[in-house]
Every structure is written in C-alpha cells, then in structure tokens.
Design a protein around this ligand. Structure first.
Ligand code: GRF
Length: 203
C-alpha cells in the first residue's frame, strides 16, 4: 500500500510512522511526504531517509479550492491508498475531503469530541479535566470529527503547563498513530454506521 503523509512543520509523528513502517515491515511504503510549507523541518528527515518530498505552498494560491486542487494533484501523482495528516495545519475543502473519503486519517491532540480546533492542551488545563490525550480519526468534512480509530489517554497533573502536557501527549501520539495506520494497511479497519470496527486478525 502507498501512504502519502502531509505535514506543515516539525513532523515528529511522520518520523514515528516512517520508523514503525520500516522496523515492523508493514505491507506498505511511505510513497511521499508533502508539505504546504517549504521550511517544514520534517522535510529534511524525509529526504535523509530517501522518501520523495513535494511542497505545495498554500500562499501561492488565491483560494482554498485552488490550493486543494493543486494539493490533490500532487498527492494523487503518488497513487496513495492512504493519506495521513500529521500536523498538517490547513482546513480542507469538502471536495478534497470527499475525494479521500475512507482513506484519509488525522491525529488530533485531544480526546475528541472534547477540544476540537487549536490550543487543545491549554483548553484541557483550563477546563480542569483529569485526563487528556490524542485521537486518530478518519477525516470528514467537519473539522476534527469523523469516525474514531483509536485514542490514547494521559493524566493531567497538578502544575501542568501547555508544554508539559503537550510533551506527555506527544509521547503517546508517536505510538498511537503508527498503531492506527498499521491497522489500516493491514485492512483491519471498516466503517459501519459511522463507527470504526477493528478486525481482530489480519485478513
Ligand atoms: C501533533 O500534536 C498533532 O497531534 C497535531 O499537530 C502536532 C504535530 O506535531 N495535529 P508533529 O509535526 O507531528 O511533530
């Protein structure tokens, strides 16, 4: 299976996926890493690991529709079976999302449906929840919604700041995202009535 990973910055989740795909010998390859920012740190890692990269700068396009069309063309040139959003900081148009329906995953740093959108760690601290975490979900047209594949939880501790809490969540993200993507490439995920079902065994 061909996986195309979209990033905008650091790319630590992309790194975790690349490492897991190789060390666990998934029936998949990372076909490309694509960024909307030319200076995304993660591009260096991808290049150093021999993974094709592409940049589709959103600032070069007047509208979201034009950007998404160019992005889709770049992605589809790698014939993806799965598109992985890994810190990709753009809101996507409905036609783009529909084109990848059932084959695009995102990781969001909260226990959805709690705290969609930005600044999730501060929101968790401010709201006084005892637990926080991360969610991998299929992408649907509604931001940070869509069928949930898996979640990882961490405690919110007294004295936590955005930095300490986000670091605790990130450690879990780096395990959760490879786990979820592996389920997809092993054909173990299906969506039934809007919910994700996970098959016990590899088909
Ligand atoms: C992660 O916290 C992810 O959940 C969120 O953006 C961050 C990306 O980090 N969507 P990285 O680029 O993978 O290091």
């Amino acid at each position: 299976k061909n996986i195309v990973i979209l990033i905008s910055g650091r790319g630590s989740n992309m790194e975790a996926v690349v490492h897991a795909a190789r060390s666990e010998q998934w029936p998949a390859r990372i076909a490309a890493v694509i960024s909307n920012k030319a200076d995304a740190k993660g591009l260096e890692f991808a290049q150093a690991h021999g993974i094709p990269t592409a940049v589709v700068p959103n600032k070069d396009y007047a509208t979201r529709a034009e950007f998404d069309a160019a992005l889709q063309e770049a992605i589809d040139s790698f014939s993806p079976d799965l598109v992985v959003l890994a810190g990709f900081m753009r809101i996507l148009t409905a036609p783009f999302v529909e084109h990848y329906e059932g084959r695009m995953l995102n990781i969001h740093p909260s226990l959805l449906p709690l705290f969609p959108g930005l600044h999730t760690h501060q929101a968790a601290i401010d709201s006084g929840v005892a637990e926080h975490g991360a969610t991998v979900h299929f992408v649907t047209a509604q931001l940070d919604h869509g069928p949930v594949v898996a979640q990882a939880k961490v405690p919110v501790l007294p004295g936590d700041t955005e930095d300490t809490l986000s670091a605790r969540v990130l450690v879990e993200e780096h395990k959760l995202y490879p786990y979820a993507i592996r389920l997809f490439v092993e054909d173990r995920l299906s969506i039934v009535g809007g919910d994700v079902r996970i098959a016990d065994t590899v088909n």
